[in-house]
Design a protein around this ligand. Structure first.
Ligand SMILES: Cc1ncc(COP(=O)(O)O)c(C=O)c1O
Length: 416
């Protein structure tokens, strides 16, 4: 694990200088005395992406909104965007369905199979409320059973080694003979725990169980090869760690299952254009519906290009872990703070509690959500409170600087 001191090494200090040059392209990070730790909620847009949004809306008007020229331009944007996303995951663009956000992608996955009464769906107990709601609707509609496996009990497990095997084992213990799908997050939104997804997918496939993944917190954080991981569905948004505009998400569907699944919401985007209707396109478009905000697509590609320009997926992930481990260590050194995980973080999410028994300060006696509000209004430190576990969550990005961490720690120190 890297210590704060390691960051004063020349190499690392130079990298910090590089970072500040790179950060100057992100207006939200240029605001004086502001420290942004909410990448797990939403990222920040670079100036070139912001400009592209305005320019592309203008371009459509200039071409003539429903003109052939604008139509061709929109289709080329659409194709280029799928290519750009697919390239990040080393998969074919035909495996990509464009959506608006993670939750739509998870819904497509959850509703795509022909559920029969008595079938079972296995969720972890750390899933996001929108995903649980969708599962409960499927339960009501088809009379399936939902099981939960207690991932919370393993929040100190690593994604590598023996403890990762224990996570897979725990999940397998909760599969029933008629479990048809497991739905789980690649990175837990509340603890930052990374799940051993490749091993989970392998073990589930050996039992004929589909694996659907909520990747809201992993895309833009982990280096990803979706072919190798082999999950059946991988649903994500681009507006968090990828720092793309709100309103653009995607879903990867493993080609091997394409013929076994069906869309629920459909529209012209999924059709070949031939009669008799419907004749489906044999790619991710089958699960898309109709008109979208094509003017946003270039901004998303720009966001990905900016990240890649700074460093490879592996280099960005390593920096995220170095920084989140520094933050975690410094929080651990404060007697009035308890980190939720006992292990150094393997992702950018660092969750911690202010211990009201130990701290005597007035602010520490307040709820975590009031603490988060005060950090924002009084110090321009953006961090979120979580309901379960009741805590604060800081998201550390490759764009985070050591001085952001210093500022956060120096304020939290005053809560003693
Ligand atoms: C794990 C997880 N799933 C789903 C969501 C919802 O994301 P979206 O708004 O992209 O659907 C979030 C957002 O915070 C999340 O952290």
């Amino acid at each position: 694990m890297i210590s704060s001191a390691a960051f004063s090494d020349t190499l690392e200090r130079d990298r910090e200088l590089d970072l500040f040059a790179h950060r100057s392209h992100f207006p939200a990070l240029e605001v004086k005395n502001r420290s942004y730790f909410n990448f797990g909620g939403q990222g920040v847009l670079c100036r070139a992406a912001l400009d592209a949004i305005a320019r592309n809306f203008q371009h459509i008007e200039t071409q003539g909104s429903f003109s052939n020229a604008a139509g061709h331009w929109m289709m080329s944007e659409y194709n280029a965007t799928k290519v750009a996303i697919a390239q990040e995951f080393q998969v074919d663009p035909t495996t990509i369905t464009l959506t608006e956000n993670t939750t739509v992608g998870c819904n497509i996955a959850l509703w795509a199979i022909d559920w029969q009464q008595g079938d079972r769906l296995l969720l972890s107990d750390c899933e996001h409320p929108g995903i649980i709601a969708s599962a409960v609707q499927i339960q009501k509609r088809f009379g399936i059973e939902i099981d939960y496996f207690p991932l919370t009990n393993t929040h100190n497990a690593s994604a590598e080694g023996k403890s990762s095997e224990a996570v897979v084992e725990l999940l397998l213990q909760h599969l029933q003979p008629n479990t048809r799908m497991v739905m789980l997050s690649h990175i837990c939104w509340n603890t930052g725990q990374v799940l051993p997804l490749k091993a989970i997918a392998k073990a589930c496939h050996a039992r004929n169980v589909l694996v659907a993944v909520d990747a809201a917190q992993s895309v833009g954080v982990l280096p990803l090869n979706l072919d190798e991981i082999a999950a059946d569905f991988y649903a994500f948004t681009t507006h968090k760690w990828w720092c793309a505009p709100l309103g653009l998400g995607a879903l990867y569907i493993r080609p091997e299952i394409f013929d076994e699944i069906e869309p629920v919401f459909v529209g012209w985007r999924g059709l070949t254009g031939k009669t008799p209707i419907p004749q489906w396109r044999q790619d991710g478009a089958k699960f898309e519906v109709a008109s979208s905000t094509y003017a946003l697509y270039e901004a998303m590609r720009i966001a990905i290009a900016y990240a890649n320009n700074w460093g490879t997926q592996q280099q960005r992930y390593e920096r995220i872990c170095q920084l989140s481990q520094i933050l975690w260590q410094r929080l651990n050194d404060l007697p009035h703070i308890s980190c939720i995980r006992q292990l150094p973080p393997e992702s950018g999410l660092v969750s911690f509690r202010v211990d009201r028994e130990i701290s005597k300060s007035a602010i520490a006696q307040q709820s975590h959500s009031s603490i988060a509000q005060q950090l924002e209004s009084e110090h321009q430190i953006f961090i979120r409170a979580l309901p379960d576990p009741d805590c604060l969550r800081a998201s550390v990005h490759y764009l985070t600087s050591i001085s952001d961490i210093d500022r956060l720690i120096s304020i939290i120190e005053t809560f003693a």
